[in-house]
Write a protein that binds this ligand. Sequence first.
Ligand SMILES: [Mn+2]
Length: 336
Amino acid sequence: MPSIPQQIKSAIDKSRHVLLHLHPGPDADSVGSVLAFFHYLKSINKDVTLISGDSNLSPNLMTLPGADQILSKNYFDIEVKDYDLFIILDSSETRQISKLKKVVFPKALNTIVVDHHASNTGFGQINLIDKTSPATCQILFELFTELKIKITSEIATCLFAGIYADSGGFKYSSTSSKTFSICAKLTKIAPNFSQTIFNLENNDRPERPKLLGLHLNNIKTYFNDRVAISALPQKLVYKNNLNSDDSVNSEIANTLKSVVGWEIGISMIEAGKNKVKVSFRTRDSEKFDVAAIASATGFGGGHMAAAGALIPQPLTKAKRLVLRAISRLHPELGKA
Ligand SMILES: [Mn+2]
């Protein structure tokens, strides 16, 4: 049996029409890994289509090289049967391809999954999954290196952006010396990394600080001040002419967990009727695995220290569901 990288190589060699997608609410690891693959496939003259998936791209991610080639289409807008290979990156399940309807692959479609999410069960025909990796982009660097694929400066910029962002700027515990040595190589190929970081972090619209402000004004604590939650009802968001923003949700959850004693930080926003987006962070993922909490709600998952959920309920019910999930998994915290 050839190694997984070799299986990936021969699946690509055999393919004629390749499909790539971004996961819903794409982040720099989704866009970076997909664009890195896109650049490689173009360099070997593959016919490749890159769709944006369910969501629009935020302006900061539009700064990555090749982002202008992303088609604004979701999985159900295209004729999937026109493709013979689907390379699925940074997506732990088919719901990360689209949440609009159930994703079913045509029989003739070959699938390759490359991912680092703990909840990924390997739903592709070929699966390259490393749950210890801080980013899909880091796995791609190792894959490309093993396959002797030339890492151009465009590819290096995309991979660096994904690793930087998904490791929380090298802060999360999944960051290793290997991460730094890979980034040392990437920044040698694409030395303009500080501009890449600046572009990722400084492309906000005024709505972002306004939404952050609303969140910060709506913090409540539970379980004897050990869990902090900011929950924004749709009415309040609309009244201020704002919209939900996934990156704001993550930032708020991170800010909440930065407070000593607030072991779990949760940010919730009612993004529509029966649609609550939730972001979970913890100071101590050994004690509080937030991926387990997110998945105990029945509507989420992620990493031990950073997870998310999309709960199809009104805000008050969704909040109760989250509190109950915490109670059930952490009876030591006492009453909410
Ligand atoms: Mn990722």
